[in-house]
Unconditional design. Structure first.
Length: 84
């Protein structure tokens, strides 16, 4: 399983704060995970998460480049944060 967390406006848009995605071949990269989320949550969810402004964290570290995922990992998606 991969634990997937959604924060702030993404949580509101998707209607959930967390899902579990069963581990399977093809989930090794975040794009594969987003495809699995689309199958589980619908294409609208995939479109929201594929937005280049959405930030992805893998095991509590922001992913600037695709990173290899493994069973038992945690992936979090959250909108860009602004400050001032």
């Amino acid at each position: 399983m991969i634990r997937v967390l959604f924060f702030a406006s993404l949580r509101e848009a998707l209607g959930t704060a967390e899902i579990a995605v069963p581990w399977q071949a093809g989930l090794e990269l975040p794009a594969g995970l987003i495809a699995a989320i689309a199958r589980q949550q619908g294409e609208a969810a995939a479109a929201i998460l594929a937005d280049e402004q959405v930030i992805c964290a893998h095991n509590q570290r922001v992913c600037k480049h695709p990173t290899a995922l493994n069973a038992g990992d945690e992936v979090a998606f959250y909108p860009p944060v602004t400050g001032g």
